[in-house]
Design a protein around this ligand. Structure first.
Ligand SMILES: [Zn+2]
Length: 199
């Protein structure tokens, strides 16, 4: 598929046709493909599953996704079958994002360091089955990390300044509100944008 369109926004409606989220075209197509959502044609509110949507012809000059064997129209609005399957976008667990979450400060002594003087500590050590995840990894300075070693916080007599959790993702609404599409106006009133979607 053409990369340029995949990051474009798609409006997501819940099964009651209320706007709940803005996701990327990439995610919208994935949900469509998996049968979790259908495309809404904004002009006449007709619904399409992945197959019937893929069969639609592309108008002249209309942007499209290049699939393996065919061109697919960009879904601008999708409606979910059920809300429970739609999880909020997750923040990818990476070293960089972890440092950002903890503000480059050691989660044991609280002091801030430059990146090269920090390390990643597994709260439950890997040798004890601790996994690399948002809830089990924190940023620690080299001396705190050395002091803790391969022990649990209790064994080491050390205490975390705060419980490590997945950082809240930036709201997709505020992220894409400046890029909203004209077709969304059929589903989202001006009042809704102004009251609900602005940060
Ligand atoms: Zn420290």
């Amino acid at each position: 598929m053409r990369d340029t369109c995949l990051a474009d926004p798609t409006l997501v409606l819940n099964k009651n046709w209320l706007p709940i989220q803005v996701c990327s075209v990439r995610r919208a197509v994935t949900m469509l493909f998996k049968g979790l959502a259908r495309v809404v044609e904004p002009e006449d509110y007709s619904l399409y599953d992945f197959e019937s949507w893929s069969d639609l012809a592309i108008s002249n000059g209309e942007p499209y996704l290049q699939g393996v064997s065919r061109r697919i129209r960009i879904p601008e609005v999708i409606v979910l079958h059920g809300c429970d399957r739609f999880r909020r976008p997750q923040v990818v667990f990476t070293r960089r994002n972890l440092f950002r979450r903890d503000g480059n400060s050691c989660q044991y002594c609280g002091r801030q360091f430059s990146t090269e003087n920090l390390s990643i500590d597994h709260v439950v050590p890997r040798c004890a089955g601790g996994v690399s995840s948002w809830s089990n990894c924190v940023v620690a300075c080299l001396s705190c990390n050395a002091r803790k070693g391969g022990r649990s916080t209790r064994e080491a007599g050390m205490r975390l300044l705060r419980e490590p959790v997945e950082p809240p993702s930036q709201s997709a609404f505020t992220l894409h509100v400046t890029r909203r599409k004209a077709s969304w106006d059929h589903f989202v009133s001006e009042a809704y944008w102004n009251t609900e979607l602005k940060p």
